[in-house]
Design a protein around this ligand. Structure first.
Ligand code: PBG
Length: 326
């Protein structure tokens, strides 16, 4: 019996060696921080299902963003919670809507130091909670496209750098690209939620954004979780329609989709580490069942290793400092 000549453990012997050998490193600049801006709120409104996370008034958003910028995070994605909802989600595209106001203030305060991305969807604005207009109990695709155009243009007018359509309506990227170009916004990018699965991991977000559908579910527009090829088709369509960044959502149960997309497409890939994924870690950590910090770093590194270039994550606020010291 001869002892091993190749010894993998040599390069694992000290922390300096281990650190040198690490191939995938998550950087604060890889992260996008989701912010919920609430038209009602006068002070932060804690979200029960998402410990350490709150809906914010505009003033709170400006302050929160100063913390993430300090940590080297360069991007936010904004979600709005309007004071009034209606059938068609008209609060989503008014010039003085909550998101439009927040974008304007953020750009005024931080200029080009911060990339401002806006979620373009109707579910937070419709009385029924669906991501499109409803007629006869059905979510209508084509009438929704025209509304999404107005939403995207209103965000661009407010100063958004990138708009992110998340409603999974067919043709939404094409329609939004055309509307932005026609409106003189050919420099505003599109981060398309291309492969968005109908997921149980959105539960805490729906509490936070008050956007759970009032009837049925989102399975007639979001994807079923048993399919990879369908995701690749969705992504391909969005690429052809003019997306600048493609997104896969959620992240953890879909690392294979992220990986397959990274092999097939050359544009930047974002992964959304969603609310339920955040809350699972927080809940286990609060119970002392896992170590929060190392679990988060492991998760984010895994998402990047799978092929994501960018990660939308509620952890962005906490991890900037840890990542800088990794
Ligand atoms: C709106 C939207 C949702 C999320 C992002 N944009 C909710 C949904 O589709 O029901 C979920 C984000 C999260 O869970 O963190 N279309």
């Amino acid at each position: 019996m001869s002892y091993p000549a190749v010894r993998m453990r040599r390069l694992r012997r000290t922390s300096a060696l281990r650190r040198m050998m690490q191939k995938v490193n998550v950087l604060p600049t890889d992260l996008i921080y989701p912010v919920f801006v609430d038209e009602h709120a006068r002070a932060p409104v804690p979200i029960t299902f998402m410990p350490s996370y709150s809906r914010l008034p505009i003033r709170g958003v400006i302050e929160e963003v100063s913390h993430i910028i300090e940590q080297g995070v360069k991007a936010v994605i904004l979600f709005g919670i309007p004071s009034k909802k209606d059938e068609k989600g008209s609060a989503a595209y008014t010039a003085n809507g909550i998101v439009q106001k927040a974008v304007h203030r953020l750009k005024k305060e931080y200029g080009d130091e911060l990339a401002v991305i806006t979620d373009v969807c109707l579910c937070e604005y419709t009385s029924h909670g669906h991501c499109g207009v409803v007629n006869d109990g059905e979510i209508q695709n084509d009438p929704t496209l025209e509304i999404l155009q107005k939403v995207a243009v209103s965000h661009a007018q407010a100063g958004a750098d990138i708009v992110a359509p998340s409603g999974m309506m067919d043709g939404q990227v094409k329609f939004i690209r055309e509307a932005l170009d026609d409106g003189g916004f050919n420099q505003v990018g599109i981060m398309a939620y291309s492969a968005k699965y109908a997921s149980s991991f959105y539960g805490p977000f729906r509490e936070a954004a008050e956007c759970a559908p009032k009837f049925d579910d989102r399975k007639s527009y979001q994807m079923g979780f048993g399919n990879l090829n369908e995701a690749l088709r969705e992504i391909e369509l969005d690429v052809n329609e003019g997306a600048d960044i493609i997104m896969i959502k959620p992240a953890l149960a879909y690392l294979d989709i992220i990986h397959a997309a990274s092999l097939k497409f050359n544009l930047p890939i974002a992964a959304y580490n969603v609310s339920g994924e955040y809350s699972m870690v927080k809940a286990a950590a609060q119970n002392g069942w896992i170590d929060e910090k190392t679990a988060i770093l492991e998760i984010l590194t895994g998402i990047k290793r799978a092929g994501a270039d960018l990660i939308v994550t509620y952890f962005a606020k906490d991890v900037g400092t840890w990542l800088n010291k990794q």
